[in-house]
Ligand binder design. Sequence first.
Ligand code: CAA
Length: 402
Amino acid sequence: MLNLDLTEEQQLLEQTVREWAARAVAPKIRELDRAHQFDRGILPQMAALGLLGISVPQTYGGAGMDYIALGLASEELEYVDTSLRVILSVHSGLNCLTLLSWGTEDLKQRYLVPQAQGKKIATFGLTEPSAGSDARGIQSVAIRKGDRYYLTGEKIWISLGDVADNFLVFAWSDLEKKKQRDPNGISAFIVERAFKGFASGTLKEKWGILAGNTGFFTMEEVEVPQENLVGREGEGFKIAMFALDQGRYTVAAGATGLIRACRDASATYAKERKTFSVEIGRHQLVKEMIAQMESDYQASRLLWLRAGWLKNIGRRSTRETGLAKWFSTVASERAASDAVQIHGANGYSDEYPVGRFYRNCKGAVIYEGTREIHKLMQADYVLGYRSDRPTRCDLPAFLIED
Ligand code: CAA
Protein backbone atom coordinates (compact mmCIF):
# COMPACT_ATOMS: atom_id res chain seq x y z
CA MET A 1 0.00 0.00 0.00
CA LEU A 2 1.30 3.47 -0.84
CA ASN A 3 1.34 5.77 2.17
CA LEU A 4 2.26 9.43 1.76
CA ASP A 5 1.50 10.37 5.37
CA LEU A 6 4.45 11.63 7.37
CA THR A 7 5.34 9.68 10.50
CA GLU A 8 4.94 11.40 13.86
CA GLU A 9 8.71 11.84 14.06
CA GLN A 10 8.80 13.45 10.60
CA GLN A 11 5.89 15.77 11.45
CA LEU A 12 7.61 16.81 14.65
CA LEU A 13 10.85 17.52 12.80
CA GLU A 14 8.99 19.55 10.15
CA GLN A 15 7.22 21.59 12.81
CA THR A 16 10.37 22.12 14.85
CA VAL A 17 12.44 23.36 11.91
CA ARG A 18 9.58 25.56 10.69
CA GLU A 19 9.17 27.21 14.09
CA TRP A 20 12.90 27.65 14.65
CA ALA A 21 13.52 29.20 11.22
CA ALA A 22 10.51 31.53 11.60
CA ARG A 23 11.58 32.63 15.08
CA ALA A 24 15.37 32.66 14.90
CA VAL A 25 16.16 33.57 11.30
CA ALA A 26 13.18 35.11 9.47
CA PRO A 27 13.20 38.38 11.49
CA LYS A 28 16.83 39.12 10.62
CA ILE A 29 17.22 37.60 7.17
CA ARG A 30 16.58 40.80 5.23
CA GLU A 31 19.36 42.59 7.10
CA LEU A 32 21.79 39.69 6.71
CA ASP A 33 20.99 39.53 3.00
CA ARG A 34 21.46 43.28 2.57
CA ALA A 35 24.76 43.16 4.44
CA HIS A 36 25.99 40.13 2.42
CA GLN A 37 26.60 38.56 5.80
CA PHE A 38 26.84 34.88 6.67
CA ASP A 39 25.73 34.51 10.29
CA ARG A 40 27.97 31.89 11.89
CA GLY A 41 25.76 31.96 14.96
CA ILE A 42 23.18 29.96 13.00
CA LEU A 43 25.45 26.90 12.88
CA PRO A 44 25.38 25.99 16.60
CA GLN A 45 21.62 26.44 16.57
CA MET A 46 21.27 24.06 13.65
CA ALA A 47 23.59 21.65 15.45
CA ALA A 48 21.46 21.83 18.59
CA LEU A 49 18.42 20.88 16.49
CA GLY A 50 20.34 17.88 15.15
CA LEU A 51 20.21 19.22 11.60
CA LEU A 52 23.93 19.00 10.91
CA GLY A 53 23.83 15.23 11.38
CA ILE A 54 20.20 14.71 10.53
CA SER A 55 20.48 11.49 8.52
CA VAL A 56 23.63 10.20 10.17
CA PRO A 57 23.11 7.29 12.60
CA GLN A 58 23.27 8.07 16.29
CA THR A 59 26.33 5.84 16.64
CA TYR A 60 28.17 8.38 14.48
CA GLY A 61 26.91 11.39 16.40
CA GLY A 62 23.89 12.08 14.21
CA ALA A 63 20.14 12.32 14.75
CA GLY A 64 19.52 8.97 13.01
CA MET A 65 16.60 10.25 10.95
CA ASP A 66 15.72 9.09 7.45
CA TYR A 67 16.04 10.75 4.04
CA ILE A 68 12.48 12.06 4.14
CA ALA A 69 13.42 13.99 7.27
CA LEU A 70 16.40 15.45 5.40
CA GLY A 71 14.06 16.56 2.60
CA LEU A 72 11.56 18.06 5.04
CA ALA A 73 14.27 20.03 6.79
CA SER A 74 15.57 21.27 3.43
CA GLU A 75 12.09 22.41 2.45
CA GLU A 76 11.50 24.25 5.71
CA LEU A 77 14.90 25.94 5.70
CA GLU A 78 14.58 27.25 2.16
CA TYR A 79 11.07 28.47 2.93
CA VAL A 80 12.84 31.13 4.99
CA ASP A 81 16.06 31.58 3.02
CA THR A 82 18.10 29.59 0.53
CA SER A 83 21.31 30.23 2.48
CA LEU A 84 20.01 28.01 5.30
CA ARG A 85 19.25 25.10 3.03
CA VAL A 86 22.66 25.40 1.37
CA ILE A 87 24.29 24.62 4.75
CA LEU A 88 22.36 21.37 4.86
CA SER A 89 23.19 20.57 1.21
CA VAL A 90 26.95 20.80 1.48
CA HIS A 91 27.53 19.77 5.08
CA SER A 92 24.90 17.10 5.67
CA GLY A 93 24.20 16.01 2.09
CA LEU A 94 27.32 16.21 -0.05
CA ASN A 95 29.84 15.62 2.71
CA CYS A 96 28.44 13.67 5.71
CA LEU A 97 26.30 11.20 3.77
CA THR A 98 29.16 10.49 1.39
CA LEU A 99 31.56 9.83 4.26
CA LEU A 100 28.95 7.59 5.80
CA SER A 101 28.68 5.46 2.69
CA TRP A 102 32.25 5.56 1.40
CA GLY A 103 34.47 6.40 4.37
CA THR A 104 36.53 3.95 6.40
CA GLU A 105 35.69 3.50 10.08
CA ASP A 106 38.73 5.65 10.88
CA LEU A 107 37.46 8.49 8.64
CA LYS A 108 34.02 8.22 10.18
CA GLN A 109 35.43 8.49 13.68
CA ARG A 110 37.81 11.34 12.89
CA TYR A 111 35.56 13.40 10.59
CA LEU A 112 31.96 12.21 10.41
CA VAL A 113 31.36 12.12 14.16
CA PRO A 114 32.44 15.72 14.89
CA GLN A 115 30.67 16.91 11.73
CA ALA A 116 27.40 15.19 12.61
CA GLN A 117 27.63 16.69 16.09
CA GLY A 118 28.16 20.11 14.52
CA LYS A 119 31.58 20.56 16.11
CA LYS A 120 33.17 20.76 12.66
CA ILE A 121 31.65 22.18 9.48
CA ALA A 122 32.21 20.45 6.17
CA THR A 123 31.77 21.03 2.47
CA PHE A 124 32.60 19.61 -0.94
CA GLY A 125 35.13 20.67 -3.58
CA LEU A 126 34.59 19.51 -7.14
CA THR A 127 34.04 22.62 -9.28
CA GLU A 128 37.06 24.49 -10.62
CA PRO A 129 37.47 27.66 -12.67
CA SER A 130 37.58 25.61 -15.88
CA ALA A 131 35.35 22.69 -14.85
CA GLY A 132 31.72 22.96 -13.73
CA SER A 133 29.33 20.79 -15.71
CA ASP A 134 32.29 18.94 -17.17
CA ALA A 135 33.29 17.27 -13.92
CA ARG A 136 35.98 15.20 -15.67
CA GLY A 137 37.61 18.45 -16.70
CA ILE A 138 39.05 19.22 -13.26
CA GLN A 139 42.76 19.99 -13.17
CA SER A 140 43.63 19.41 -9.50
CA VAL A 141 46.19 16.69 -8.96
CA ALA A 142 47.12 14.41 -6.08
CA ILE A 143 50.69 13.15 -6.35
CA ARG A 144 51.50 10.16 -4.17
CA LYS A 145 54.85 9.97 -2.37
CA GLY A 146 55.13 7.12 0.12
CA ASP A 147 52.18 7.17 2.46
CA ARG A 148 51.18 10.77 1.59
CA TYR A 149 49.41 12.54 -1.25
CA TYR A 150 50.31 16.10 -2.24
CA LEU A 151 47.30 17.99 -3.58
CA THR A 152 47.62 21.00 -5.84
CA GLY A 153 44.75 22.87 -7.49
CA GLU A 154 42.01 25.45 -7.18
CA LYS A 155 38.31 25.03 -6.39
CA ILE A 156 35.69 27.70 -6.88
CA TRP A 157 31.98 28.32 -6.20
CA ILE A 158 32.28 26.32 -3.03
CA SER A 159 29.40 26.90 -0.64
CA LEU A 160 30.81 27.45 2.88
CA GLY A 161 34.25 27.49 1.23
CA ASP A 162 35.49 30.22 3.54
CA VAL A 163 33.73 28.80 6.61
CA ALA A 164 34.15 25.02 6.62
CA ASP A 165 36.79 23.09 8.54
CA ASN A 166 36.80 19.95 6.39
CA PHE A 167 36.60 19.52 2.63
CA LEU A 168 35.77 16.50 0.47
CA VAL A 169 38.10 17.21 -2.45
CA PHE A 170 38.46 15.59 -5.87
CA ALA A 171 41.76 15.44 -7.77
CA TRP A 172 43.52 13.30 -10.38
CA SER A 173 45.73 10.69 -8.72
CA ASP A 174 46.56 9.03 -12.07
CA LEU A 175 48.11 11.48 -14.50
CA GLU A 176 48.00 9.06 -17.46
CA LYS A 177 44.25 8.66 -17.01
CA LYS A 178 44.00 12.45 -16.68
CA LYS A 179 45.41 12.80 -20.21
CA GLN A 180 42.75 10.40 -21.50
CA ARG A 181 40.00 12.00 -19.37
CA ASP A 182 39.32 8.55 -17.93
CA PRO A 183 37.37 9.29 -14.72
CA ASN A 184 38.86 6.20 -13.07
CA GLY A 185 41.96 8.34 -12.48
CA ILE A 186 40.18 10.70 -10.06
CA SER A 187 40.35 10.14 -6.29
CA ALA A 188 38.57 11.69 -3.33
CA PHE A 189 40.26 13.02 -0.18
CA ILE A 190 39.41 14.70 3.08
CA VAL A 191 41.41 17.90 3.39
CA GLU A 192 41.42 20.00 6.53
CA ARG A 193 41.58 23.76 6.49
CA ALA A 194 44.46 23.48 8.94
CA PHE A 195 46.65 21.52 6.47
CA LYS A 196 49.69 23.49 5.29
CA GLY A 197 49.29 24.91 1.78
CA PHE A 198 45.52 25.34 2.04
CA ALA A 199 44.00 28.82 1.65
CA SER A 200 40.44 30.04 1.09
CA GLY A 201 38.50 33.20 0.35
CA THR A 202 34.94 34.47 -0.19
CA LEU A 203 33.47 35.33 -3.60
CA LYS A 204 32.20 38.88 -3.25
CA GLU A 205 30.50 39.51 -6.55
CA LYS A 206 27.54 37.14 -6.48
CA TRP A 207 24.03 38.67 -6.49
CA GLY A 208 21.95 35.90 -4.91
CA ILE A 209 21.97 33.87 -1.70
CA LEU A 210 23.69 36.86 -0.14
CA ALA A 211 23.29 35.60 3.42
CA GLY A 212 25.26 32.50 2.46
CA ASN A 213 29.01 32.05 2.14
CA THR A 214 30.30 31.10 -1.29
CA GLY A 215 34.03 30.78 -1.61
CA PHE A 216 37.07 29.34 -3.27
CA PHE A 217 40.13 27.53 -2.03
CA THR A 218 43.59 26.82 -3.29
CA MET A 219 45.87 23.92 -2.50
CA GLU A 220 49.61 24.17 -2.96
CA GLU A 221 51.15 20.77 -2.41
CA VAL A 222 48.85 20.18 0.53
CA GLU A 223 50.13 17.10 2.35
CA VAL A 224 47.31 14.64 2.92
CA PRO A 225 47.85 11.31 4.74
CA GLN A 226 46.81 8.24 2.76
CA GLU A 227 44.26 7.45 5.48
CA ASN A 228 42.32 10.49 4.19
CA LEU A 229 41.67 8.84 0.83
CA VAL A 230 37.90 8.26 0.58
CA GLY A 231 37.00 4.99 -1.12
CA ARG A 232 39.72 3.40 -3.22
CA GLU A 233 42.15 5.22 -5.46
CA GLY A 234 40.35 5.94 -8.74
CA GLU A 235 36.85 5.86 -7.25
CA GLY A 236 36.67 9.63 -6.84
CA PHE A 237 34.42 10.34 -9.81
CA LYS A 238 31.83 7.81 -8.68
CA ILE A 239 32.04 9.22 -5.17
CA ALA A 240 31.46 12.72 -6.54
CA MET A 241 28.41 11.51 -8.46
CA PHE A 242 27.14 9.63 -5.41
CA ALA A 243 27.59 12.78 -3.32
CA LEU A 244 25.66 14.80 -5.88
CA ASP A 245 22.76 12.33 -5.59
CA GLN A 246 22.52 13.44 -1.96
CA GLY A 247 23.19 17.14 -2.54
CA ARG A 248 20.74 17.40 -5.45
CA TYR A 249 18.07 15.81 -3.29
CA THR A 250 18.35 18.61 -0.73
CA VAL A 251 18.37 21.18 -3.54
CA ALA A 252 15.14 19.67 -4.94
CA ALA A 253 13.39 19.68 -1.59
CA GLY A 254 14.72 23.18 -0.86
CA ALA A 255 13.43 24.57 -4.16
CA THR A 256 10.06 23.05 -3.25
CA GLY A 257 10.13 25.14 -0.08
CA LEU A 258 10.97 28.22 -2.11
CA ILE A 259 7.94 27.63 -4.37
CA ARG A 260 5.76 27.35 -1.25
CA ALA A 261 7.23 30.58 0.10
CA CYS A 262 6.42 32.33 -3.21
CA ARG A 263 2.91 30.89 -3.17
CA ASP A 264 2.21 31.95 0.42
CA ALA A 265 3.66 35.45 0.01
CA SER A 266 1.65 35.89 -3.22
CA ALA A 267 -1.60 34.66 -1.66
CA THR A 268 -1.18 37.01 1.31
CA TYR A 269 -0.43 39.98 -0.90
CA ALA A 270 -3.23 39.15 -3.34
CA LYS A 271 -5.75 39.42 -0.51
CA GLU A 272 -4.32 42.69 0.83
CA ARG A 273 -3.80 44.64 -2.36
CA LYS A 274 -6.77 46.07 -4.25
CA THR A 275 -7.02 47.24 -7.83
CA PHE A 276 -10.14 48.10 -9.76
CA SER A 277 -12.00 48.06 -6.39
CA VAL A 278 -11.33 44.39 -5.63
CA GLU A 279 -8.55 42.32 -4.06
CA ILE A 280 -6.13 41.44 -6.82
CA GLY A 281 -6.68 37.77 -5.93
CA ARG A 282 -10.08 38.15 -7.61
CA HIS A 283 -8.44 38.82 -10.97
CA GLN A 284 -8.19 35.74 -13.15
CA LEU A 285 -4.65 36.42 -14.35
CA VAL A 286 -3.42 36.60 -10.75
CA LYS A 287 -5.29 33.38 -9.94
CA GLU A 288 -3.60 31.74 -12.90
CA MET A 289 -0.15 32.48 -11.44
CA ILE A 290 -1.12 31.30 -7.96
CA ALA A 291 -2.63 28.10 -9.37
CA GLN A 292 0.61 27.45 -11.26
CA MET A 293 2.58 27.88 -8.02
CA GLU A 294 0.31 25.41 -6.27
CA SER A 295 0.64 22.76 -8.98
CA ASP A 296 4.41 23.29 -9.14
CA TYR A 297 4.64 22.99 -5.37
CA GLN A 298 2.64 19.78 -5.19
CA ALA A 299 4.43 18.17 -8.14
CA SER A 300 7.87 19.13 -6.79
CA ARG A 301 7.03 17.72 -3.40
CA LEU A 302 5.91 14.39 -4.85
CA LEU A 303 9.09 14.18 -6.92
CA TRP A 304 11.48 14.67 -4.00
CA LEU A 305 9.38 12.39 -1.78
CA ARG A 306 9.73 9.63 -4.37
CA ALA A 307 13.50 10.13 -4.52
CA GLY A 308 13.65 10.09 -0.70
CA TRP A 309 11.62 6.92 -0.54
CA LEU A 310 14.01 5.21 -2.96
CA LYS A 311 16.95 6.30 -0.83
CA ASN A 312 15.24 5.02 2.29
CA ILE A 313 14.85 1.55 0.82
CA GLY A 314 18.46 1.56 -0.38
CA ARG A 315 17.84 1.85 -4.10
CA ARG A 316 19.88 4.08 -6.37
CA SER A 317 17.95 7.27 -7.16
CA THR A 318 20.23 9.17 -9.51
CA ARG A 319 17.50 9.36 -12.15
CA GLU A 320 14.66 10.30 -9.79
CA THR A 321 16.78 12.74 -7.77
CA GLY A 322 17.94 14.45 -10.95
CA LEU A 323 14.38 14.77 -12.24
CA ALA A 324 13.23 16.22 -8.91
CA LYS A 325 16.13 18.68 -8.85
CA TRP A 326 15.59 19.78 -12.45
CA PHE A 327 11.81 20.15 -12.20
CA SER A 328 11.66 21.91 -8.85
CA THR A 329 14.48 24.39 -9.48
CA VAL A 330 13.02 25.43 -12.84
CA ALA A 331 9.57 25.65 -11.24
CA SER A 332 11.00 27.77 -8.41
CA GLU A 333 12.31 30.25 -10.97
CA ARG A 334 8.82 30.46 -12.48
CA ALA A 335 7.23 30.85 -9.04
CA ALA A 336 9.65 33.57 -7.93
CA SER A 337 9.24 35.50 -11.17
CA ASP A 338 5.43 35.35 -10.86
CA ALA A 339 5.56 36.25 -7.16
CA VAL A 340 7.42 39.44 -8.06
CA GLN A 341 4.88 40.09 -10.84
CA ILE A 342 1.94 39.68 -8.47
CA HIS A 343 3.54 42.17 -6.09
CA GLY A 344 3.94 44.66 -8.94
CA ALA A 345 6.21 47.59 -8.11
CA ASN A 346 6.36 46.38 -4.50
CA GLY A 347 7.85 43.13 -5.75
CA TYR A 348 10.67 45.18 -7.21
CA SER A 349 11.39 46.60 -3.77
CA ASP A 350 13.44 45.05 -1.04
CA GLU A 351 10.61 45.75 1.39
CA TYR A 352 8.98 42.45 0.40
CA PRO A 353 10.75 39.06 0.43
CA VAL A 354 9.86 38.05 -3.13
CA GLY A 355 12.72 40.03 -4.67
CA ARG A 356 15.14 38.00 -2.51
CA PHE A 357 13.37 34.79 -3.58
CA TYR A 358 13.84 35.83 -7.21
CA ARG A 359 17.58 36.43 -6.71
CA ASN A 360 18.01 33.25 -4.67
CA CYS A 361 16.22 30.80 -6.96
CA LYS A 362 18.60 31.16 -9.88
CA GLY A 363 21.64 29.60 -8.25
CA ALA A 364 20.01 26.21 -7.96
CA VAL A 365 19.11 26.20 -11.67
CA ILE A 366 22.86 26.34 -12.23
CA TYR A 367 24.63 24.48 -9.42
CA GLU A 368 24.65 20.74 -8.68
CA GLY A 369 23.94 20.00 -12.34
CA THR A 370 22.63 22.79 -14.56
CA ARG A 371 19.13 22.66 -16.03
CA GLU A 372 20.78 21.58 -19.29
CA ILE A 373 22.86 18.75 -17.75
CA HIS A 374 19.71 17.38 -16.10
CA LYS A 375 17.74 17.58 -19.34
CA LEU A 376 20.47 15.63 -21.12
CA MET A 377 20.57 13.02 -18.37
CA GLN A 378 16.80 12.52 -18.40
CA ALA A 379 16.75 12.20 -22.18
CA ASP A 380 19.61 9.71 -22.02
CA TYR A 381 17.72 7.57 -19.49
CA VAL A 382 14.67 7.48 -21.76
CA LEU A 383 16.77 6.74 -24.83
CA GLY A 384 18.71 4.01 -23.03
CA TYR A 385 22.06 5.78 -23.38
CA ARG A 386 22.46 6.01 -19.58
CA SER A 387 21.90 3.21 -17.11
CA ASP A 388 20.96 3.44 -13.46
CA ARG A 389 22.14 0.02 -12.36
CA PRO A 390 23.07 -0.41 -8.68
CA THR A 391 26.55 0.72 -7.67
CA ARG A 392 28.91 -0.44 -4.92
CA CYS A 393 27.66 1.97 -2.31
CA ASP A 394 23.98 2.38 -3.11
CA LEU A 395 22.72 1.20 0.24
CA PRO A 396 22.80 4.09 2.68
CA ALA A 397 24.29 2.48 5.74
CA PHE A 398 22.44 4.87 8.05
CA LEU A 399 19.22 2.93 7.54
CA ILE A 400 20.66 -0.33 8.73
CA GLU A 401 20.63 0.51 12.41
CA ASP A 402 18.96 2.74 15.01
N1 CAA B 1 26.61 6.94 -7.97
C1 CAA B 1 27.62 6.08 -8.14
N2 CAA B 1 28.30 5.96 -9.33
C2 CAA B 1 27.95 6.76 -10.34
C3 CAA B 1 26.92 7.71 -10.22
C4 CAA B 1 26.24 7.77 -8.98
N3 CAA B 1 25.25 8.65 -8.82
N4 CAA B 1 26.80 8.39 -11.37
C5 CAA B 1 27.72 7.87 -12.20
N5 CAA B 1 28.42 6.90 -11.57
C6 CAA B 1 29.46 6.08 -12.15
C7 CAA B 1 28.94 5.44 -13.42
O1 CAA B 1 28.28 4.22 -13.13
C8 CAA B 1 30.18 5.27 -14.22
O2 CAA B 1 30.87 4.08 -13.79
P1 CAA B 1 31.02 2.82 -14.74
O3 CAA B 1 31.85 3.33 -15.88
O4 CAA B 1 31.70 1.81 -13.88
O5 CAA B 1 29.64 2.49 -15.14
C9 CAA B 1 31.07 6.43 -13.82
O6 CAA B 1 30.57 6.90 -12.56
C10 CAA B 1 31.03 7.55 -14.83
O7 CAA B 1 29.69 8.02 -14.87
P2 CAA B 1 29.07 8.73 -16.14
O8 CAA B 1 29.34 7.86 -17.35
O9 CAA B 1 27.67 9.09 -15.83
O10 CAA B 1 29.97 10.02 -16.28
P3 CAA B 1 29.80 11.19 -17.26
O11 CAA B 1 31.16 11.72 -17.54
O12 CAA B 1 28.95 10.79 -18.43
O13 CAA B 1 28.99 12.27 -16.40
C11 CAA B 1 27.75 14.27 -16.13
C12 CAA B 1 28.57 13.38 -17.05
C13 CAA B 1 26.49 13.57 -15.68
C14 CAA B 1 27.42 15.48 -16.94
C15 CAA B 1 28.57 14.63 -14.87
O14 CAA B 1 29.83 15.13 -15.27
C16 CAA B 1 27.84 15.67 -14.02
O15 CAA B 1 26.97 15.33 -13.25
N6 CAA B 1 28.22 16.96 -14.19
C17 CAA B 1 27.70 18.03 -13.30
C18 CAA B 1 28.62 18.19 -12.13
C19 CAA B 1 27.97 18.98 -11.04
O16 CAA B 1 26.81 18.81 -10.72
N7 CAA B 1 28.78 19.84 -10.43
C20 CAA B 1 28.32 20.67 -9.32
C21 CAA B 1 29.23 20.44 -8.13
S1 CAA B 1 28.71 21.45 -6.80
C22 CAA B 1 30.17 22.17 -6.22
O17 CAA B 1 31.25 21.69 -6.40
C23 CAA B 1 30.01 23.47 -5.51
C24 CAA B 1 29.60 23.39 -4.08
O18 CAA B 1 29.23 24.38 -3.48
C25 CAA B 1 29.69 22.20 -3.33
